[in-house]
Design a protein around this ligand. Structure first.
Ligand code: G3P
Ligand code: CA
Length: 241
């Protein structure tokens, strides 16, 4: 993630796109986040049965499409027949599960991507795709999997990589793995954590903050990135600079 993205902090990250307004992880949600002026957008990556990287949160399509089954057991062609928007409202009927490359092309030059690698064994392919699409320097790669985060740093030491965790106790893993950021749930973030990370020239990135008080509190304690389903609200209430 280039320094220019971090020049104005906290960086507002549209979680799964502008997911409070549009179906999460669809081009409609990412377009809306861009329209709002979000400087960064978070997305989740899985791989299909035929080896294509797609943007969807769950390991199955059940919750966010009109289909059923595991993403890893379905081909891209079959996934693309599913409706990924109607569950959020009639206006979004016809939205599809996007590929990672499609989201990269939409975001390139307009917003940074916070790329969460959800599935095991896809780190190399995710990095190659971001590189091929010309967005790796603008990206922040995150994972709950220490092995995945470690692998990304191993193959691209210059990439910005963060460890996701629900627990403050995982903070030491960031230094142990040689990563650039800690990404705790915001309930676990503290001022001391921010100080410790900043002293080591690392970033604090919190998720998923949807209320004004929480946003202000996270900004005040020094979180560098604040991820929200409601980027419109975050952009309105957060002081940047
Ligand atoms: O940005 C991190 C956050 O997305 C992690 O949780 O479940 O929403 O992917 P989840
Ligand atoms: Ca995520």
């Amino acid at each position: 993630m280039n320094q220019h993205v971090l020049a104005e902090r906290p960086v507002v990250v549209a979680h799964r796109g502008a997911s409070v307004e549009a179906p999460e992880n669809t081009l409609a949600a990412f377009r809306r986040a861009l329209e709002l002026g979000a400087p960064a957008m978070e997305l989740d990556v899985h791989r299909t049965a035929d080896g294509e990287l797609v943007v969807i949160h769950d390991a199955t399509v059940d919750r966010t499409t009109n289909g059923t089954g595991a993403v890893a057991e379905v081909t891209l062609e079959a996934l693309r027949r599913l409706d990924a928007g109607a569950w959020k409202g009639d206006a979004f009927e016809g939205e599809r599960i996007p590929t990672l490359a499609e989201v990269c092309r939409l975001a390139r030059g307009r917003a940074a991507l916070v790329v969460e690698i959800k599935a095991a064994g896809i780190a190399d392919q995710v990095v190659s795709t971001l590189e091929a699409e010309g967005v790796l320097d603008e990206s922040f790669i995150i994972s709950f999997s220490q092995e995945t985060a470690r692998r990304v740093k191993e193959i691209r030491p210059g990439a910005t990589v963060g460890l996701l965790s629900g627990k403050a106790e995982d903070l030491p893993q960031v230094a142990e793995l040689g990563l650039d950021a800690f990404c705790p749930h915001y309930a676990a973030a503290t001022e001391e954590m921010a100080r410790e990370l900043h002293a080591a020239n690392r970033l604090l990135s919190v998720w998923t903050v949807n209320d004004e008080d929480g946003m202000r509190r996270m900004a005040a304690l020094g979180s560098d990135l604040i991820t929200s389903d409601n980027p419109a609200l975050a952009l309105e209430v957060l002081p940047r600079g």
